[in-house]
Ligand binder design. Sequence first.
Ligand code: ADP
Length: 271
Amino acid sequence: MSADTSPKNLDANPPVDGSELIRFDKVTKRFGSNVVLDELDFSVASGKHVTLIGPSGSGKTTILRLLMTLTSPDSGSIKVNGDYLTHEQRNGKLVPAGDKHIREVRKNIGMVFQQFNLFPNMKVLRNITEAPVTVLGLSKDEAEERARELLDMVGLGDRCDAYPTQLSGGQQQRVAIARALAMRPQVLLLDEVTSALDPELVAGVLDVLRDIARTTDITMLCVTHEMNFARDISDRVLMFDAGRVIESGSPDKMFTEPEHERTREFLSAVL
Ligand code: ADP
């Protein structure tokens, strides 16, 4: 399937609302004949916490992976902080983005994965300082100072010298959260970050995320099955079905009086 990202399909001069951090315009993503996202439009305002809910396979993780440029859309455009992630201006024309442009825009985005993905051969502190030093150009001292602050924040200030395998899954995930924040991203993507954890370790990770949501101005885009957590932290909840947003609203509205039959069915199965 050829990628249809030609400029004619773009909203070449869309209004940029100063508070809009993420914007998907008519984003379509297919895997073979499977249309995973179907001309998806949505936006997230700066500083807001938005949770994506919906049945397995409805395209939620694909949205986060598109933002991390781990995969690319077949058509449509994605903007982060007013810059196209999918395209760039070259000689006055909008063309598919090159690697350098993608790296620049992606600096605004941090992601925490289901499977932690820490570097197993590096101690905890180095896991956190590696990218700030190599990508942002921070000095080792600056990066270590910031890493220690973040490790204190996630309750692991005393584990700087441990290797990931010496930590519990919950502790590893808290290191992964600190590592994402060390890049000072404007948006934090959270992809089912507690799904791989033993049940007794889930609360510690969610408490750290609740604190971050409460005490920082970072924008969060979250895919989770933890509905109580979603209810606590979200400003807005988007219900996905078959690659489209079928309903959205405040957590109160979505969890207590959803309008759409599919939302009611989904919530009654998971709550
Ligand atoms: P969700 O996060 O809502 O469970 P996903 O975004 O993970 O959904 O997946 C949406 C659909 O895309 C699923 O049908 C899944 O099988 C398919 N899919 C995701 N990634 C790939 C891939 N790399 N190759 C083929 N199909 C994929």
